[in-house]
Write a protein that binds this ligand. Structure first.
Ligand code: NAP
Length: 463
């Protein structure tokens, strides 16, 4: 072989890093990996999505640093596909492209009043408290006393926990400074989480709900009749046992039996209810109408919620929808609007005729939808990397000057004067950790690209 296979990974979250790692861990095909991110900072949802009080999960970045230190790996931060470089240009400079772009949009509830002020996607709140540059200007009216969170997945748990948590616990984390100040002034006393199905179908993991149940200063409260297992779910579980669901059912019933507790803040978990309308006045929400559901099994045995017509109104000044994510189409890349991700077969991107496109691959949420924990991405990315290596196993392209690393880097530098290498990111990382230390925090994040650029240039000027 006359030159290494040139691969570019778009996106530097977990799935992107695991794809790079899988390519590094073999020697049959010599590979050079470049990784682009639209932000100067790497790590995707580990930095911008994982909640600040989950520092253990963030510890996984040690693995990504090791991957980034490989001599045949380069990181180009602040370089955005579609803005600074086009798909056709990547095709010229690389043999293969791996899309690790995640899901950057949220699903809507599709109910009247959803656009009232006070109604927000959970993703915006998560991005805001995590200091993601896209969300730092978001404003949430935390002067209200009651908030509603729709959905009972782990993102909903993160949102409810951050709203109900003692801010002094968050003060030691890497939460964005402005978010900590706003949460310290928050008057939210009651958070109501709405699950449209029952305890057996909860999407949260047992550890996540247990964290809500052991918050400082807040009680998890359930109605015993909503925590109780219904006949349809009991029958489904007897056919298809689910240890996680069993754990959740027991935990929720134990909690329901404990009553409301004596802490000043309450997290109410309501089950088998759906929001049907956000109510408000003068463009501002003030309540949510919910409908009681009954669970039924469809012809395939899936448990579905069915409205009973029994309504209730919850007074609330904020509502966060946390009902799942969707991908965002990229110019020049196939996109399946129905599923919200890049159409693929086992990681090979396919065209309209469902035929794999040689040299185009996808990993992570962009491949399989928004599911799983950080570690779920490793086998997913390994499978895609293996498909890529299989396609290029007899690769022998001969010399191609435009496919030299220098040519790609020159292109990025010509388009983005404020390009961040991994070394540049490490400089930012050190400043964030040092600033954090002075404040008694894990780190104090830069939350705007301009701040990052300025900090790096003063660091370089001082060196
Ligand atoms: P998710 O786990 O898919 O949960 C979505 C929730 O929204 C489900 O409870 C779903 O109920 C509900 N829902 C969907 N449409 C609805 C509607 N129209 N009305 C009412 N409820 C509706 O999604 P997620 O919470 O966004 O999490 C995404 C992934 O990230 C998950 O794999 C999650 O585990 C992971 N994550 C993990 C952590 C962690 O480990 N700490 C933290 C955050 C996220 P149905 O089940 O009835 O559809």
């Amino acid at each position: 072989m006359s030159r290494p296979l040139r691969v570019v990974v778009i996106g530097s979250g977990p799935s992107g890093f695991y794809a790079a790692e899988a390519l590094q861990r073999q020697s049959a095909v010599p590979v050079q990996v470049d990784m682009l991110d639209r932000l100067p900072t790497p790590y995707g949802l580990v930095r911008g999505g994982v909640a600040p009080d989950h520092q253990k999960i963030k510890g996984v970045t040690v693995v990504y640093e090791r991957i980034a230190s490989h001599p045949e790996f380069r990181f180009y931060g602040n370089v955005m596909l579609g803005r600074d470089v086009q798909v056709s240009e990547l095709d010229k400079h690389y043999d293969a492209v791996i899309y690790a772009v995640g899901n950057e949009s949220d699903k809507r509830m599709g109910i009247p009043g959803e656009d009232f002020s006070g109604s927000h996607p959970a993703t915006n709140f998560v991005g805001w408290f995590n200091g993601h540059p896209d969300y730092r200007e978001e404003r949430f009216d935390l002067s209200v006393e009651r908030a509603v969170v729709v959905g009972i997945g782990n993102v909903a748990m993160d949102v409810a926990r951050i709203l109900a948590e003692d801010p002094e616990v968050l003060a030691k984390t890497d939460i964005a400074g402005y978010a900590l100040e706003a949460l310290r002034k928050s008057r939210v006393r009651e958070v109501t989480i709405l699950g449209r199905r029952g305890p057996a179908q909860a999407a949260f993991s047992p550890a996540e709900i247990a964290e809500i149940g052991s918050l400082h200063g807040a009680d998890l409260v359930l109605l015993p009749e909503e925590a109780r297992l219904d006949d349809v779910s009991r029958e489904t579980l007897s056919r298809k046992p689910d240890p996680e669901a069993e754990k959740n059912i027991k935990y929720l019933n134990d909690k329901a039996a404990q009553g409301a507790g004596s802490n000043p803040r309450k997290v109410h978990l309501r089950l088998c209810v759906s929001p049907v309308e956000v109510l408000g006045e003068n463009g501002r929400m003030n309540a949510v109408r919910i409908e009681k559901n009954k669970l039924t099994a469809d012809e395939k045995g899936n448990v579905r919620p069915k409205g009973t017509g029994q309504m209730e109104t919850l007074q609330a000044g904020l509502i966060f929808r946390s009902v799942g994510y969707n991908g965002v189409p990229i110019q020049g890349v196939p996109f399946d609007a129905k599923s919200g991700h890049i159409p693929n077969e086992a990681g090979r991107v396919v065209d309209e005729a469902k035929k794999p496109i040689l040299g185009k691959y996808v990993v992570g949420w962009a491949k399989r939808g928004p599911s799983g924990l950080v570690g779920t991405n490793r086998p997913c990315s390994v499978a895609t990397a293996n498909a890529l290596l299989e396609d290029f196993k007899s690769f022998d392209a001969g010399p191609a000057p435009e496919k030299a690393r220098e040519a790609a880097e020159a292109l990025y530098r010509s388009r983005q004067k404020e390009l961040f290498t991994f070394k540049d990111w490490k400089a930012l990382d050190r400043i964030e950790v040092e600033t954090g230390k002075k404040l008694g925090k894990v780190r104090e994040k830069f939350t705007s690209v301009a701040e990052m650029v300025a900090a790096l240039s003063s660091e370089k000027a001082a060196a």
